[in-house]
Design a protein around this ligand. Structure first.
Ligand SMILES: NCCCC[C@H](NC(=O)CCCN)C(=O)O
Length: 423
């Protein structure tokens, strides 16, 4: 195989046929994960299932429980190149955590399938190649706990991305998009401490922590009217008391704060904190405010990878609407995008249902999502093939990455002091 062939012609010759051969196995993989939904950090069944999937082909080296109890790593290669040549390590990410009560309502079972399928597809295309411009290795990382805790951030901190050169994953949504920014998110946990008393006999002796929680919730609702259209703040009361005749001595709220820019997040945090503290003042409660999980960053764009993905996707029949999706979520892939050049496209799965609903859970397990899922995996593999085969493209991808980071750095310089983000 020479270096001049496009990803598409390669794929037509080998990858399509061989990846197609795995289609039932891949569907069974995602269906099994879908049937056994597990919350962030507890994805034992999914971890074991994915480890088995890769271990059955002995050309993969598989590390279970890789740096985190439910993370794994599967590596293949390097192929081609001479001894001592620098290796290009292409990463694919699998997510597999579910949501409380509604299972795989964000379709992370399909993210696992896309990651596995794209890696298997790339391996099929590269197997037996001896004339690649650089030796290539494939790494699949099982990245748990996206919905909560930020598994990828823990893996970054543990060095799991240190030797990866490019990273690919894709997320199910309402339409196809080669790039969607995803916004920064920070969590706020608010605890009010009051004083219990008999609610009928001695109400004047109590300090009502539920009143504080309700006022806090209302303060935020009032604040919302004055926020910028692309900011988000939303929360729940996690603990609201024990019994109507006991004045609640303790309540707990969990809020998510989101903005596209870090400097806006600082403003939003300050406004939210004022709302929470005002509720404490009004009721006489003590308040404790913490951010229990790390901040998820926005996704850095990579124009070259996005445009290659779009061309490959179009060749496979993917339609990319002019009007980008209004999906306004957040992901710990954002933090990865600051460390390694990569893409996180969105893909349609043959439903109008919205993420985080029971209808979406059903769609993520349905047979009809398969065509879209595997087509997405193929487009990712083809994009990887393009970059692997063409050193100029690899250089462009790396230049885009540097440029995007530089732009963010300029933005970061306008931020409040205490915010940290990788340079
Ligand atoms: N610590 C809270 C993280 C919430 C992340 C969650 N992610 C998703 O819904 C996936 C969407 C894109 N990956 C969110 O609420 O945005």
């Amino acid at each position: 195989m020479g270096t001049g062939l496009s990803g598409l012609s390669w794929v037509c010759s080998s990858l399509f046929m061989r990846a197609y051969a795995h289609k039932d196995e891949l569907h069974s993989l995602s269906r099994d994960i879908w049937s056994n939904p597990e919350l962030a950090g507890n994805e034992k069944h999914a971890h074991d299932r994915l480890v088995r999937f890769f271990s059955q082909d002995q050309t993969w080296t598989v590390q279970s429980h890789y740096k985190l109890p439910t993370a794994f790593k599967a590596s293949w290669g390097p192929v081609s190149g001479g001894v001592g040549d620098p290796v290009l390590n292409v990463g694919f990410l699998c997510e597999y955590d579910a949501l409380p009560g509604i299972g795989h309502a964000c379709g992370h079972n399909l993210i696992a399938e896309v990651g596995a399928a794209a890696a298997v597809g790339l391996k099929a295309a590269l197997e037996n190649q001896t004339e690649l411009p650089v030796p290539v290795k494939i790494t699949v990382l099982g990245t748990p706990a996206e919905e909560e805790l930020g598994g990828k951030i823990e893996l970054i901190n543990a060095g799991a991305f240190a030797d990866i050169d490019l990273v690919f994953m894709a997320h199910p949504a309402q339409q196809d998009a080669s790039f969607h920014p995803c916004i920064i998110i920070e969590e706020m946990l608010v605890k009010y401490y009051g004083k219990a008393s008999h609610a009928a006999a001695y109400p004047w002796e109590g300090v009502n922590a539920l009143d504080a929680a309700v006022l806090a919730y209302s303060n935020i609702s009032v604040l919302r009217q004055q926020l910028k259209p692309d900011w988000r703040i939303h929360g729940i009361i996690k603990h609201g008391g024990e019994k109507p005749n006991i004045i609640p001595a303790y309540t707990e709220l969990e809020f998510y704060l989101r903005t596209p820019l870090l400097k806006d997040l600082c403003d939003l945090k300050a406004k939210a904190e004022a709302c929470f503290r005002a509720a404490a003042g009004a009721t006489g409660c003590q308040v404790e405010i913490t951010s229990p999980t790390p901040t998820y960053y926005n996704i850095l764009p990579n124009a070259t990878l996005a445009s290659l993905y779009e061309s490959n996707g179009k060749a496979l029949g993917i339609h990319f609407p002019e009007q980008p999706t209004s999906f306004c979520g957040s992901t710990d892939f954002g933090n990865v995008s600051f460390i390694v050049p990569g893409i996180h496209p969105f893909f349609y799965i043959c439903t109008d249902a919205l993420n985080h609903t029971e209808e979406y859970t059903e769609a993520a397990g349905a047979e009809k999502a398969q065509l879209y899922t595997l087509r997405t995996a193929k487009a990712l593999s083809m994009t990887a093939v393009d970059v692997v085969c063409c050193p100029d493209l690899l250089k462009k991808v790396r230049d885009d990455f540097r440029l995007a980071k530089l732009k963010q750095k300029e933005e970061k310089n306008q931020n409040c002091e205490k915010e940290k983000r990788p340079n």
